[in-house]
Write a new protein. Structure first.
Length: 67
């Protein structure tokens, strides 16, 4: 059950990275959000998604090194 949960988290993080990149590139076409709002949201979502992936990877390797 644990690998399926981890796979779901990875897929969710990749989807969040896609949304963050999309928010960074959509500000030219956005009529309802100001440019700075989409850029700030995109950067925030990218930091959260990439940070989550890095934290899970580090945690996974820490568990492997324990005797």
């Amino acid at each position: 059950m644990k690998p399926i949960f981890t796979l779901g988290n990875i897929i969710a993080s990749l989807f969040m990275i896609y949304i963050g990149i999309r928010l960074l590139t959509i500000h030219e076409q956005s009529d309802f959000l100001p440019k700075y709002v989409t850029i700030i949201l995109g950067i925030l979502i990218l930091f959260l998604a990439i940070g989550g992936l890095i934290a899970r990877t580090v945690n996974h390797f820490k568990k492997d090194k324990q005797p």
